[in-house]
Design a protein around this ligand. Structure first.
Ligand code: GDP
Ligand code: IMO
Ligand code: MG
Length: 435
């Protein structure tokens, strides 16, 4: 296969935190453009280099490779304070992004009153366990035509008028609690001050990407969150507010579907979820706790403990179908090392006693579903394995069953957090890319 035309999407297939950051960092040296297209600083993507961990929230995970141009597309919502802090942290660690970064003039801003509204709602009965970063309100304002875009920062004289309608709506909603909001003038001044060093990076990312595509640059698209958190295809209403599955890539960049060649779906060898909502795989026992401790399953963004359970084939198969996944990257296999038995959820038993692999559309209907678990013999160690032929037989058997249950082949297997800990499966589309 020609490398020239392999524009690749990296998409999460579960409820987030699958290890997308590691895979993007690993593949980035082979790409000229690395693009975020949705989400905001609800994302936390960890990259580990020589044992040192770097958490990225809004900056694309190609940041550590000087040959990568980084693009924040129009579908992203940006908190500029946090973005600047992220740039400063990267610079302090020797990664200067000056000259290789573009932020879409159509991307929407996350403003202080969006965060206040998010937190206010999360204090009430309808809490969904958000990251509290103002993501939902920022996307709501976008859909409600009250959003403020990065391009608006280039017109400071009209900025207060752009911000006012959304700000006033939030004030009305918060009632007495609105007293703690900063004044509109303070929001405008604060924003202009933070934005000042970032103004040179604001541009037309759609044109930039179309031009890059036409000249044959290889483009890597970095998904944030994951399919089960997608506002349409996830476990609504316990989802985020963007399309984290494939459709969001096109609306979030302005590139047409034919600009994409392959889709790599990222899934852990088990399942986790942070925040509220349906999660049939959840194990409240010592095995669940073991996965959390060994897998270090605590949120990169909020530090919250992640809910843990066995690999859930029905949700992952749904995600593969939704995105048309070409190959799987199975992450964190090493976290299952040393267990006597490893489980795989192959279906759900319904209240009526039948077994289904169909996902309910309504959160209430998930409550009756009990996981149907198939148990496999455990193995001693896979940590750091770099060739798939070195895997213990029991791990092979488990992965074969996993592949059979989601009907997509494995292209990459991760056996530790570091770049070199993992193996590319021979004969897959990733092989020429990573060779
Ligand atoms: P993302 O949001 O999908 O980018 O994933 P996160 O970075 O939030 O969470 C994945 C965590 O698992 C990070 O701390 C990674 O360093 C770590 N990780 C990635 N791959 C592996 C692996 O194969 N084994 C282990 N033990 N950790 C991994
Ligand atoms: P990455 O990119 C895991 C979850 C939150 C909450 C729901 C809505 O690191 O995989 P939001 O703040 O987006 O309105 O919260 O979505 N959530 C994530 N869970 N990984 C993420 O991102 C997440 N981003 C949001 O916990 O349940
Ligand atoms: Mg994460």
């Amino acid at each position: 296969m020609s490398l020239v035309r392999t524009n690749l999407a990296i998409l999460g297939l579960q409820w987030g935190d699958e290890g997308k950051g590691k895979v993007v960092d690993l593949l980035s040296p082979k790409f000229q453009q690395v693009v975020r297209f949705q989400g905001g600083n609800n994302a936390g993507h960890t990259v580990v280099v020589d044992g040192q961990s770097i958490a990225l929230h809004q900056v694309p995970s190609g940041a550590l490779h000087p040959g990568c141009f980084l693009v924040v597309g129009n579908g992203v919502v940006l908190n500029l304070d946090v973005f600047q802090q992220e740039l400063d942290r990267l610079k302090a660690r020797g990664f200067d992004l000056g000259g290789r970064l573009m932020l879409s003039d159509r991307a929407h801003l996350i403003l202080p009153h969006h965060i206040a509204l998010d937190l206010w709602r999360e204090g009430g009965a309808n809490k969904i366990g958000t990251t509290g970063r103002g993501i939902g309100p920022a996307y709501e304002m976008k859909a409600g035509r009250m959003g403020v875009r990065l391009g608006d920062l280039l017109h400071p004289e009209t900025l207060a008028d752009r911000i006012r309608p959304g700000y006033e709506e939030v004030r009305l909603r918060l009632g007495a609690e609105a007293a703690s909001l900063p004044a509109l003038e303070a929001v405008v001044d604060g924003l202009l001050r933070t934005a000042e060093p970032l103004l040179p990076y604001i541009g037309d990312t759609q044109s930039h990407l179309v031009t890059a595509w036409e000249r044959g640059d290889r483009i890597l698209f970095e998904g944030a969150q994951a399919t089960l958190l997608d506002i349409d295809h996830g476990t609504y209403p316990f989802v985020t507010s963007s399309n984290c599955s494939l459709g969001g890539l096109f609306t979030g960049t302005g590139l047409p579907p034919k600009a994409l060649d392959k889709i790599l779906g990222i899934a852990k060898a088990y399942t986790t979820r942070v925040g509220s909502g349906p999660f049939p795989a959840e194990m409240h026992d010592a095995t669940g706790e073991r996965l959390r401790q060994v897998g270090k399953e605590f949120g990169t963004t909020t530090g919250r403990p992640r809910r843990c359970g066995w690999f859930d084939a029905p949700i992952t198969a749904h995600a593969c179908r939704t995105n048309g996944v070409d190959g799987l990257a199975i992450m964190k296999l090493d976290v299952l090392d040393g267990l006597d038995e490893v489980g795989l959820i192959v279906g759900y038993r319904t209240g009526e006693g039948t077994v289904t692999t169909k996902l309910p559309s309504c959160a209430a209907d998930w409550k009756d579903l009990k996981p149907e678990v198939k148990l496999f013999k455990g193995w001693a160690s896979t940590r750091g394995i770099t060739r798939h032929g070195q895997l213990p037989d029991a791990a092979h058997a488990y992965l074969e069953a996993l592949v059979e249950s989601v009907e997509v082949p494995i292209a990459y297997l991760s056996t530790g957090p570091d770049r070199q800990e993992g193996c590319i499966y021979p004969g897959t589309f990733l092989e020429p890319l990573l060779a």
